[in-house]
Write a protein that binds this ligand. Structure first.
Ligand code: ACO
Length: 695
């Protein structure tokens, strides 16, 4: 038995702050519990005693003779803080409906609630929640609408108001709920534990989760990864806007707006993310009401060519496969349509089609095993056919419920009335064909399972890396010097061309000779960020004479332009030939910890923003998808007869970076920009790294 079973299927509940006054939250909760047909023991608690809705009221929680499974707190915040210890002694789970905690800055009060509960082995849902509904007992311990239809959709919402609105919306869509849980401030129980319960709950088939943020992103991804194959999840994550101003020292850090990372993390584990409430609701209703498709072949049946074309375009946009076996299409539809109709998908049964014709065509579509999903479209002609159409849709759908079929009725009031009638029958129906297609896409997508691949061990010179990091920490340097960053990358097995740190002309010439011309020289100084601007970089050095001149010029330029800068030395390295400039980076995300980034690099990286992320470490299989995700991928794959660049080398570099930042938690951010990619190999041209110094 899951440890949260008593929360979702309690044998007894106490309502602390049960009110005698109708309309008050403490009254509504008792009323909803009673009216939901809850068969367990109900204990209203209120110092005034008496009766509420015929139930004996207990003057305090200690009058109750048993330890209750769930206590619901509906007294003001200050009172709640005072009584929490007593409640915790008498309840296994405490639902704190009360507002006025961390959401308004009362962090201490919230801490007190959780600490008191934990001290006595109780767990807290909330505070700042609307309660919980669970179909199993059944129990409606919320102050939302009283009537909730039981079904297979679980709603988990961080926002209370939205959760309550969802109850109403579910009723309108005729969508049954297995549970509805408000997680509010998530002071103790979070979405992770709630999901772990719902994913093992027999009555839940699909979870609709609304969140605004995640504190424990990795645990969340793990629970999603481990969910059983018959459980689906749709996430609506609010806050697509960029992360607020953060002090970041790298391109990766500034490109990793929190939402970009969320998006990528969801993609990594195969979470279907809804763009808005409307999409989310359409999707969840369709998934709850439809069997999973058995294959990819979609057929559109329409009475209007225009609507059919719009649907076909939308299918292409969402990557749905329009069935195109002309022979099967002809056999299936030819004799149930007028001569001037078209059995080519979209199947156009023409404007004169009425209920009889739709019934015949849809029956054929349902019966043909090569067709796996149906989009039925109807353009309202404003005549009496409407009633027949409605009956045809309902009759056929009910008779052959073994494949997904989604209905779009486009038109005026009459169309709306058919949609309502279909919804009442539990049939997915839409007024906009794009919504129908996006819902069918969601149905396909939600059943896909992601295989991220396996991590493999790699060799790294860990001792060398640790030494560099430890020295910087000891010296209190957050930013590593360029040659240190490169040395770490080299020790991690990344292809860094030979480089030397030199401190005089002789060393500079000797290093250049060893490397082989042409070489590059760059000043190494913690105090100089924009090296080129101050004359701290010389490219394309061809011989000894130029090497000596370059050394002198750099020292002179830097002394003149940034007189206060402490110059550690000059880095001499190979001048790399031209290739495709990419960026590989890593940063530390507040929700997910270490993440890696890949994108098109060079000086325009922050303008183009053609980058993508993954939570580290990432297996190569997933990195391959990541690399293909950027818009400029064709440049790497080879355009106009060009040979493909060495994508395996990119994958290997990203893999090593993921492993490096996972093994060395101290590395907060790093950029390899650019990593120059060739037909064979990929080389680090420049790198930055910052580490955690102090707490
Ligand atoms: N033990 C038990 N009952 C007590 C105690 C006690 N120690 N002390 C007082 N009570 C009783 C009161 O006498 C009262 O009962 P009565 O109406 O019969 O007299 C009852 O508890 C409630 O106390 P009130 O002081 O009347 O509190 P009120 O009902 O005004 O407010 C509430 C309590 C609803 C918890 C309020 O503080 C609150 O937080 N409201 C917001 C709730 C909310 O929105 N939560 C988030 C949901 S999500 C969303 O955004 C929709």
């Amino acid at each position: 038995m899951h440890y949260l079973e008593p929360l979702f299927n309690p044998e007894s509940v106490a309502i602390v702050g049960a009110s005698h006054h109708e309309g008050k939250i403490g009254h509504t909760v008792v009323k909803n519990i009673v009216e939901s047909g809850y068969k367990g023991r109900i204990y209203p608690v209120n110092p005034k005693g008496g009766e509420i809705l015929g139930l004996k009221v207990y003057k305090n929680i200690f009058e109750i003779e048993e330890k209750v499974d769930v206590a619901i707190i509906v007294v003001p915040a200050k009172v709640a803080e005072n009584i929490i210890e007593d409640v915790a002694k008498k309840a296994r789970y405490i639902i704190v409906i009360t507002s006025g905690f961390s959401e308004v800055g009362n962090i201490e009060g919230e801490k007190k609630i959780v600490e008191a509960a934990r001290k006595h082995g109780a767990r807290v849902l909330g505070p700042n929640v609307f309660g919980i509904y669970s179909a199993k007992p059944p129990i409606n311990a919320t102050f939302g609408p009283s009537k909730i239809k039981a079904g297979n959709v679980a709603v988990v919402s961080q926002s209370g108001a939205l959760g309550i609105a969802m109850i109403g919306k579910a009723a309108e869509e005729n969508m049954g709920l297995s549970a509805i849980v408000s997680i509010g401030n998530k002071a103790d129980l979070t979405e992770v534990e709630i999901l772990s319960y719902l994913f093992q709950d027999d009555s839940t088939r699909v979870v609709f989760l609304y969140i605004e943020g995640l504190e424990n992103g990795r645990e969340f991804l793990d629970i999603i990864r481990k969910r059983p194959p018959n459980k689906s999840i749709i996430v609506l994550k609010a806050g697509r806007s960029k992360a607020g101003a953060r002090a970041v020292a790298s391109h990766t850090g500034s490109l990793a707006g929190s939402d970009a990372v969320f998006d990528a993390a969801f993609r990594q584990v195969g979470i279907l993310r809804a763009d808005g409430l409307e999409d989310g609701l359409n999707w969840v209703t369709t998934i709850a009401l439809s069997p999973p498709p058995k294959g990819k072949n979609v057929v559109i049946v329409t009475n209007g060519g225009g609507l059919g074309v719009i649907a076909a375009d939308a299918c292409e946009k969402y990557g749905l496969h329009l069935f195109d076996d002309m022979e099967v299409l002809r056999k299936t539809f030819q004799d149930v349509m007028p001569e001037f109709g078209s059995y080519k998908n979209p199947v156009d049964i023409t404007g004169q089609a009425g209920g009889k014709e739709y019934k015949a065509a849809l029956e054929r579509a349902f019966k043909e095993p090569n067709i796996h999903a149906i989009l039925a479209l109807y353009c309202d002609r404003g005549d009496a056919e409407l009633e027949d159409i409605k009956n045809a849709f309902i009759e056929v759908h009910k008779k052959y419920g073994d494949k997904p079929a989604l209905y779009t009725i486009f038109g005026g009031e009459g169309a709306t009335s058919i949609i309502t009638a279909l919804k009442r029958e539990g049939i997915p129906a839409f007024s906009d064909v794009e919504d129908a297609v996006s819902s069918l896409y969601a149905l396909y997508k939600v059943n896909e399972r992601k295989d991220e691949g396996e991590l493999e061990e790699i060799e790294m010179d860990e001792e060398r890396i640790r030494k560099i990091i430890e020295r910087a920490i000891k010296e209190g340097r957050r930013k590593l010097l360029a040659h240190e960053a490169k040395a770490i990358l080299q020790a991690a097995g990344v292809d860094v061309p030979p480089f030397y740190l030199v401190r005089n002309i002789e060393e500079a010439v000797e290093a250049a000779n060893k490397i082989g011309y042409p070489v590059v020289m760059k000043v190494v100084s913690e105090d100089i960020i924009h090296k080129t601007d101050v004359g701290g970089v010389v490219l394309n050095i061809e011989n000894e004479k130029e090497a000596a001149e370059a050394y002198e010029a750099i020292i002179e330029n830097c002394k003149r332009n940034v007189p206060k800068a402490r110059i550690v030395g000059i880095e001499v390295t190979k001048m790399l030939p031209k290739g495709v400039e990419t960026i590989i980076g890593a940063t530390t995300d507040a929700s997910f910890g270490k993440v890696v980034m890949f994108g098109l690099g060079g000086i325009y990286v922050e303008v183009m923003k053609d980058v993508t992320f993954r939570v580290a470490p990432v297996a190569k299989k997933e990195i391959r998808r990541m690399v293909r995700e950027i818009e400029s991928y064709p440049i790497l794959a080879g355009v106009r007869g060009e040979k493909s660049k060495d994508i395996e080398a990119i994958i290997d570099t990203i893999y090593r970076i993921g492993m490096l930042v996972t093994k060395f938690e101290e590395i907060l951010e790093l950029d390899i920009n650019p990593l120059i990619v060739y037909e064979k190999g990929a080389k680090v041209a420049d790198a930055r790294m910052s580490i955690k110094v102090g707490k």
